[in-house]
Design a protein around this ligand. Structure first.
Ligand code: SAM
Length: 179
């Protein structure tokens, strides 16, 4: 097991005990490989929770911005990012609104966007995420087979600007490259 996944084991265990729905080590190991292969420099995450997946996203030196609507869990994430030496800022607010604002300010800015928040909102952020991600960059979404994600899944599989693969680990991820 790679070191960051091993280092995060206590946080994974604590999250399970407290019922915090984090990515976990199986999907985390896949994500870490993707980060090592593609070497993103600037990453946006929708759905921070306590920072477990953010620690993986930022583990290879990328600059991470992560958004969560819950100020208390966001503060826990900030502490974990400090502990695991992740270069991250956490924005507190509704990710749909923040992404809308970001898409008005910038385009083709992020190398990777990781979507892991309210499942029914995935579809509502898709077009703005496509605008925000660089050509050749990735939009990765977690829990892609869960209720509420069907419209997102169908959209990424059929979108003319995306080349999408589905990753069958647990309840699944999608990985869409902007072409
Ligand atoms: C599945 S958890 C994220 C897990 C995290 N990515 C990880 O693997 O460590 C989903 C998070 O999305 C947040 N969330 C739910 N609705 C949101 C919204 N509209 N905007 C921003 N965050 C939201 C919740 O507070 C929760 O912390």
């Amino acid at each position: 097991m790679d070191s960051i996944i091993a280092k995060l084991q206590p946080l994974e265990q604590e999250s399970i005990t407290r019922g915090i729905p984090i990515l976990g080590s199986k999907k985390g190991a896949w994500l870490l490989e993707k980060i090592k292969q593609t070497k993103p420099k600037i990453i946006l995450e929708l759905g921070t929770a306590n920072g477990y997946s953010g620690c993986i996203l930022g583990s290879q030196g990328a600059e991470l911005t992560s958004i969560d609507v819950n100020a208390i869990i966001a503060e826990e994430a900030r502490q974990n990012f400090k502990k695991y030496r992740i270069n991250a800022q956490v924005l507190v607010g509704d990710a749909v609104e923040i992404v809308k604002r970001l898409a008005k300010e910038k385009s083709e800015y992020y190398d990777l966007i990781f979507i892991d928040f309210a499942k029914k909102q995935y579809y509502n952020v898709l077009e703005n995420c496509i605008k925000l991600v660089k050509k050749g960059g990735l939009i990765i979404a977690d829990n892609i087979t869960m209720d509420g994600c069907q419209d997102y899944q169908e959209a990424v599989l059929n979108h003319p600007q995306l080349k999408t693969e589905l990753i069958p680990i647990m309840d699944g991820l999608s990985s869409s490259q902007k072409i």
